[in-house]
Design a protein around this ligand. Structure first.
Ligand code: PEP
Length: 254
């Protein structure tokens, strides 16, 4: 069985504020990937408007993805961006289901499922973000929430297509709060998510699917997280805006 290749990714959200800053940040991050870096996939999810400039600036050492996509392919959807448009500029990955999209923009599991399906249909890859809120965590509902979000988000995605899906487990209480989940908590939910995938598909598919952790990952916390058996990478918000910090995360040590 092929080992799961580590996947380190950054989510720039509504940052930085100018194209010049985006170009410099992408170049500075790309320079941290060296021959000595772990053999990982590295991606940055950036605002649409910066995608092409960031790609040109980053070169081959990292992939530039989109922070989201519209589940419609064309027509009267003002402000939307389609998978075909992203594909045509060379984008291979997009996020779906980030908690900020779910909460602030009201994206439902059905809408998120539409995004996943359209990305797969277009021959692209999707990083599906899932995770429970703080009150759900306190009610011991992390596994149940992840099960619902995985089953609804991945509805209609075949076992074969799962090779183009990565999961990001991001407990909402850990995103942007500085409250990183302990490696033990994260490992335990990741193992639960893997067993849900085994129920939905089979053990082989579950064992081959990368599950990333997200939520206040820093240079200080990345190594212990990456040592956990079921943690295959990281999705990093705040620290991905700092090339030195994100460079240290890319060069994690296990
Ligand atoms: C995120 O936006 O996916 C995230 C995990 O943010 P942060 O690292 O800032 O908590």
């Amino acid at each position: 069985l092929e080992a799961r290749k580590p996947f380190i990714s950054g989510n720039w959200k509504l940052n930085p504020q100018t194209k010049e800053e985006a170009v410099k940040l992408a170049a500075d991050i790309s320079a941290t990937v060296t021959d000595d870096s772990p053999d990982s996939d590295v991606a940055l999810f950036v605002p649409y408007v910066f995608i092409e400039a960031a790609m040109a600036s980053a070169g081959d050492s990292l992939m530039i993805g989109a922070e989201g996509v519209c589940p419609e392919i064309k027509g009267a959807f003002t402000g939307a961006v389609s998978t075909a448009m992203l594909d045509s500029v060379g984008v291979k990955w997009a996020l779906a289901g980030h908690s900020e999209r779910r909460v602030i923009f009201g994206e439902s599991d059905e809408y998120i499922n539409g995004q996943c399906l359209k990305l797969i249909e277009q021959g692209m890859n999707v990083m599906l973000c899932i995770g429970e809120s703080e009150s759900e965590y306190n009610q011991d509902l992390a596994g149940a929430v992840c099960a619902v979000q995985l089953k609804k988000g991945l509805a209609g995605i075949s076992k074969e297509d799962m090779s183009r899906v990565a999961i990001a487990y991001e407990p909402v209480w850990a995103i942007g709060t500085g409250k990183v989940a302990t490696p033990e908590i994260a490992q335990s939910v990741h193992a639960t998510c893997r067993s849900i995938l085994a129920d939905m598909y089979d053990q082989e598919t579950a064992d081959a699917t990368r599950i990333l952790y997200g939520g206040s990952v820093t240079p200080e916390s990345v190594d212990d997280l990456m040592k956990q058996e079921d943690i295959d990478g990281a999705l990093v918000g705040g620290a991905s805006l700092d090339a030195e910090k994100f460079g240290r995360i890319i060069n994690f040590q296990v």
